[in-house]
Design a protein around this ligand. Structure first.
Ligand SMILES: *Cc1c(COP(=O)(O)O)cnc(C)c1O
Ligand code: SF4
Length: 379
């Protein structure tokens, strides 16, 4: 085969790869009116009309096809189909549940921890999740990507040598075209003190066909790249998502997952255990965080209590290996950052004797033995 033919083949493949995900988007739900062809209840239909004015409705076909319409409590349906419960706002819920705006020195960037920043290249997503903690930002701003819009953020990163990780989030960064991703990656890798590019995305879950060879190439360069996916239920793990994750792993990216604890979706030990195992064993994706439900508006019906979350985290710790086990965290609303809120194992201490609860529930005494190193003495 001549190199020309190879090139031609590659172009063909890239084209058909792009055609696949574009069909997936086109044949999915793109507007609230597309919900008309789905078997929703009358209450869901009315709720959807109202809810969609506040938080867009968008569901790619492959994700839509995972819904079991015979099950009103289907965990996929619960994540993307607007529910009448969403219209009920509770006291204490917030527009900006994790204080992104308070820590934003320039547009499209949040800097709360010295060594890492969030960068928002777009406020659009391939799928809109009903529980989204940034939904007010997405709805009120709705801005897409432009190179100029990010310039102040790039200048800020350049001027702050303590920044080592740039986290693309949004919106969903992988909803952008390859060209835009390559442009952003190129701009960031030109800043010498940046070491890691992180991409927080729900595309491998909801639009796995978008993970093409072209997309992978657009992210490859000088930087270590970590793709942080957002699977919430084992039912989201399919041949298509497996293929997408394999493509990303073979591209050389480190894969992690963050889940949100959602009542009626994944708030049982069995659901979380299966999710975490399948993430690691089938997809090669390390469970990173299990987030307690944020104070996003209209989401009281999906939030568990912290005590329920702790009981689940304790059970997971007993059942799962360390590598399969995520850290249960709460993102404090006033900008206190993500704090582990899993069960405590230290029951108390008496000098050097610590009383520590084992994974079997029994409390043991651990006596500290600490001596000065020899090198401290002259001999
Ligand atoms: C979540 C978050 C990060 C990333 O935190 P890690 O614990 O490193 O995953 C960074 N900055 C902000 C503002 C965040 O909300
Ligand atoms: S993909 Fe992420 S940012 Fe977009 S709606 Fe879902 S949770 Fe929100």
């Amino acid at each position: 085969m001549t190199s020309n033919a190879n090139l031609h083949d590659a172009t063909e493949r890239a084209r058909s790869g792009d055609a696949a995900w574009q069909d997936d988007v086109r044949q999915g739900v793109r507007h609230v009116r597309d919900l008309a062809r789905l078997p929703l209840s009358p209450a869901e239909r009315t709720a959807a009309e109202i809810a969609a004015t506040r938080h867009k409705v968008r569901i790619p076909k492959t994700y839509l096809d995972l819904i079991d319409w015979n099950d009103p409590a289907d965990p996929i349906r619960a994540q993307v189909i607007p529910s009448p419960d969403e219209l009920v706002e509770s006291e204490g819920e917030l527009d900006d549940p994790i204080a992104d705006h308070e820590f934003s020195p320039v547009p499209r960037l949040t800097h709360r921890h010295a060594d890492r920043v969030l960068l928002f290249p777009t406020y659009q997503c391939a799928v809109y999740c009903r529980f989204c903690f940034r939904k007010e930002t997405l709805t009120s701003i709705g801005r897409g990507y432009s190179r100029e819009a990010l310039e102040p953020a790039f200048a800020y990163i350049e001027a702050h040598p303590e920044i080592r990780e740039v986290i693309l989030t949004g919106g969903d960064p992988l909803s952008l075209p390859d060209k835009a991703l390559a442009e952003i990656r190129g701009r960031i890798e030109a800043i010498a003190h940046v070491r890691l590019l992180r991409i927080h995305t729900r595309v491998p879950v909801a639009l796995p066909s978008r993970i093409t060879a072209g997309l992978v190439r657009s992210l490859q360069g000088r930087l270590m790249v970590s793709v942080v996916t957002h699977f919430n239920h084992a039912r989201e793990i399919t041949d298509a998502t497996e293929q997408a994750c394999r493509t990303l792993r073979q591209g050389g990216f480190v894969l992690l997952n963050q889940s949100v604890l959602l009542k009626g979706v994944n708030d049982t030990v069995e659901a979380l255990e299966e999710l975490c195992r399948e993430l690691m064993y089938r997809l090669g994706v390390k469970p990173y965080y299990l987030h307690h439900g944020d104070l996003a508006r209209g989401m009281a019906h999906r939030r568990t209590t912290i005590a329920e979350g702790q009981a689940l985290a304790a059970a997971l710790r007993q059942r799962l290996s360390g590598i399969c086990n995520p850290v249960y965290v709460l993102d404090l609303p006033d900008g206190g950052g993500k704090v582990p809120i899993g069960p405590g194992y230290v029951e108390g201490r008496d000098g050097e004797a610590w009383r520590i609860r084992g994974q079997d529930g029994a409390v043991r005494v651990y006596r500290e033995v600490v001596g000065a190193p020899f090198s401290q003495y002259k001999y």
